[in-house]
Design a protein around this ligand. Sequence first.
Ligand code: ARG
Length: 483
Amino acid sequence: VEIAGGYLNFYINKLVLTENVLKEIENAGENFGANNSGAGKNVIVEYSSPNIAKPFHIGHLRNTVIGSALYRIYKYLGYNTTGINHLGDYGTQFGKMIEGYKRWGNEYNLEENPIDQCMDIYVRINNLCKEDEEVLEKCRENFKKIEEGDPYCVAMWNKFKDLSLKEFQKIYGLLNVKFDSYNGEAFYSDKMDEVVERINASGALVDSEGAKIVDLEDKGLGVCIIKKSDGTSIYATRDLAAVLYRAKTYDFDKCLYVVAYEQNLHFKQVFEVAKHLGISEKNLNGLEHVAYGMVRLTTGKMSTREGTVIKVDKLLEESIDRVLKVIEEKNPDMENKEEEAKKIGIGAVIFNNLCSTIIKDQVFDWNIVLNFNGETGPYIQYVYVRTKSILDKLGYVPTIDQVDFSVLQDKSSITVLKTLYNFENVLKSVVDKNEPSILARYLIELATAFSNFYNDNKIIDEDETVKNSNMNPKKIFKNQKEI
Ligand code: ARG
């Protein structure tokens, strides 16, 4: 510590830093940076949540990738983490689908390309509904029949669900995304009476033109409809039922909703009304909308009706194809080309979705998403593979007692060590802010620090001590649990 003018300067003893960081890595092994800081806390991460019978587009991709990253990071930190896919599997649109299928079902083969076929039926029936009020009435009746358990309608509805889910699973498989629960909106269809009763008991439920509402005008949030005049529920009611169910089932410390900021008002309303459900203060405080920005096209917003939606399966296919072309060009004799292209192509798309602040809107540009140079997923993969190949070449991982810390005092070694030292703080800010981009940026920083270290040092030196010391920090790459 030094006094300099009006300042107090602190210097870090590099040798102590080196020793501390390397020993900590040695001791913590796979849990480096985690410290089990989430132990005893329950976290729900709700993410992806696509709508059944609708295409899975790049907006859902962003959601899925952000949510899955948060889910993994919370898990890594030792939180008891539950990932929920709150499927959009309920509502009048299914009445419409059934009506469309009844009319034109024989023209379609749902087994092949089910979502495209469903969309076609959906657009057709929607157009008809606009022209013909009677058709719309039929659609409403179909939905009512689903609620009443009519065998045909329920079977059709389940068919749409199964087919869609199969398609979604393919994408989740490619992205390596997992959920602990697929309890979607329909799951709450029989759990809404209790919501109404509880809000009523709290005195907040008001009659308004036959509907039941909660008035949030004084909070600047309008009114939240709980039950429509025809007795049916809405999206918000099902979300309230989900809050109640999750509070009872998981007693969550945090319940995160990864949903686009378009739904800001909806979540403000739901969280406000949730105060009347009689759940614990802890649960109430844990409700959090993790809002992310919209994905737009250079030509504007995506529209299913205008056919401008970019579907995720197409995007991943294209990405993998482009990588394959690069491999064919640069390394045609490589083994397992397809497998490698898959890892790189999908990695590029995932990383692209993670490296900018989530609230920012994104303009989708094929050339940016599929750029493999610079601060991208493939760059990180490249550095990672490089570290592994050095380890392979060496054939063993030196232990801490084989390290001479004084060998690692040059600028680029110290930068790697400082960056590793920071890992714990980085993870902490990720969960404090629910901002996975902090970790993505960190990985670029670490990869760059390592590349410099690699360029500046002859890692596999003839001198045993130098070699062992150089190799030791990279244990982190070998031991790091996959996040
Ligand atoms: N299915 C909805 C959509 O695609 C998103 C659901 C968000 N989650 C929720 N609990 N409301 O717009």
